[in-house]
Design a protein around this ligand. Sequence first.
Ligand SMILES: *Cc1c(COP(=O)(O)O)cnc(C)c1O
Length: 431
Amino acid sequence: MKFVSTRGQSDPVAVDVAIQAGLAPDGGLYVPAAMPMLPAAVLESGSSIAQLGAKVLQPFFADSCLEGELSEICRRAFDFPIPLERLRSKAGDVEARILELFHGPSSAFKDVGARFLAECMASLAPSGLTRVMVATSGDTGGAVAAAFYRRPGFEVVILFPEEGVSEEQAQQLTCWGENVRSFAVSGTFDDCQRMLKETLEAGSVHGDVRLTTANSINIARLLAQLVYYAFIAVELRGGQLPSLLVPSGNLGNATAAIWARRMGLPLGKIFMVTNANRCVPEYMEKGVWQPRPSLRTLANAMDVGAPSNMERIRHLFPEIDDLREGVAALSIDDAAIAACIQSGLARWGRVFDPHTATAVQAMEELGEACGPLPVVIATAHPAKFRSIVEALVGVPVEAPAALAELQQRPSAYESIPASTEALRASLSTEA
Ligand SMILES: *Cc1c(COP(=O)(O)O)cnc(C)c1O
């Protein structure tokens, strides 16, 4: 199996090369040269998520130097529960399912991709020290830190905008110590991304440290996300075709859903649900791709004005009408997110975080257009956004044990100006 660039100007490579490179040399994103079809036997039940992962991902790893390690990588990466629960309205008018992706160490779905990426990189790592750099607007940094924390041979450098993250997120970005260094940048998320890019462009080696990045366009993160869509298909096989409501920002999660269905998994319509950042629904409506500056919303991990994975989706569907056949998009604004969280206990007996609330609200607005068996993809635990959620539901939201433990730890970070020089200078000194 080879991976090619969406821009078509880079050599095809095996999965391990694509993982280590992140971005293709021509600036495009790696995609499979051809989507493998899954044999029907994969859908037989009786496997754990880790075992299912090894079966679903096998074709992508064929003939790579990670092929022999794939089962072990999956066993280590998929080590937390991903329950598919019933979601029934108390009035009895809606019967749906909800996939809880928030039982990992950072209580958000990004743990799935980050842990898988970390296991792949650890299997590939040559001797010496690898520095994994990540620019984050909120959730990614915590998931990457958790995945590499105390891992021999790796050091994590997190860059986050000093003013741009919530209090709970800031704690998760700064509570690690040991092999994780956090930098609060006096600038925006875009400044953090630029500093990361300039540092990497200056050379992939810094002294005797190798540099790499765990940003969200890495193919390993996307492949890991195929596994839980296969899990949904296995769990619900033989019944109505499940449709998927995916809270979307950079579109990594939605792209994985689209790829999973392309591999032949029995999945129905896919809804990409955005917050007030509307460029995806506008594209689906008008057929014109118009990225915009991002707006700040209650669902801040989805505050993306120029979703990078759209490039992968458009590569798979050069004709927008083909995309429209099985994929739709809608936008949920802050007022509707807040109302959905507020009514959650009375209507569903559940407390939703602001990201998951976009999907629940979309299901409500779509009604029958949603299909006979909607599955809400729950991307974060409500306690991760406690201050927003508690104010709306009026009852305390209990944090899962892993999150509560992180919240107790002392926080430490270094403040730097939004300059690549300043970052470089700090990195060449000891923490
Ligand atoms: C990152 C994130 C999203 C958006 O996922 P994409 O793959 O970027 O579309 C949704 N919800 C939460 C909680 C997130 O952290």
